[in-house]
Design a protein around this ligand. Structure first.
Ligand SMILES: [Ca+2]
Length: 235
């Protein structure tokens, strides 16, 4: 019975998911990555998730995600000067007091729904309080999505004191608010439905400047872990 066991193990190991990861090594006002969306960014609800790690700390703004049209910061996610996390949609931000981002990777999601105005944030699967933000608003299409810099015009006017330094990957956006259980499953390494606005596994990335693109294993899906456990039980 040795052969079938080996075959099952190979199948299980093949279930690991290699993904791209982006390393921004230094402060800069030129390095960024543009992400090309799969559909227009007119959103009345969204879930935006990423895995992020940084050693920047202290009084330092850090841009984590920027979507800008000619007129507005349509959807920007920030680590603020005081360490709070925030997102902005064409105006004032909604802010959350949370533990500081750090060198150890954090799974971060923000969610928002126009009908209710409910905005929330998840850190490593833990949900924040809900806040009411921009009820009735719609995110407008036609802009550019970039990682690593905060554009103050359509694409440019970057500030190296606001750029991202560290590692960021698995940036996905859905045009709905995902259930808490799905976000918690993602953090735990389950293979949840891929983003329908941005799917990190297939989204085109355009690299500019000093950004290293590496491949690493993200997680072993739960089904693969179960196969290993079952084989061990049979043997
Ligand atoms: Ca700026």
């Amino acid at each position: 019975m040795r052969l079938p066991v080996i075959l099952f193990l190979i199948t299980a190991l093949a279930g690991s998911v290699p993904i791209k990861t982006l390393v921004f090594p230094t402060e800069s006002c030129t390095s960024y990555v543009e992400m090309i969306p799969q559909k227009p960014m007119n959103l009345t609800a969204f879930t935006l998730c990423m895995r992020v790690a940084t050693e920047l700390s202290g009084q330092r703004e850090i841009i984590l995600f920027a979507y800008r049209t000619g007129n507005y910061d349509e959807l920007n996610v920030w680590r603020e000067l005081d360490g709070r996390l925030s997102f902005y949609m064409a105006g004032n931000p909604v802010l959350f007091k949370v533990p500081e981002l750090r060198a150890l990777q954090t799974h971060l999601c923000v969610t928002w729904d126009s009908t209710s105005g409910l905005a929330a944030l998840f850190l490593d699967g833990k949900r924040s309080l809900s806040k009411i933000y921009r009820k009735g608003h719609t995110v407008s299409p036609g802009g550019r999505v970039i990682l690593g810099q905060d554009p103050d015009i359509y694409l440019g006017d970057f500030d190296k004191h606001q750029n991202f330094v560290g590692e960021i990957c698995d940036v996905n956006i859905w045009d709905v608010v995902l259930p808490d259980s799905v976000i918690q499953g993602m953090f735990a390494g389950q293979r949840e439905p891929r983003g329908n606005v941005f799917d990190w596994e297939s989204t085109e990335l355009r690299i500019n400047g000093d950004v290293e693109v590496a491949i690493r294993e993200l997680y072993t899906p739960v089904w693969a872990q179960n196969v290993v456990i079952n084989i061990e039980a049979d043997v």
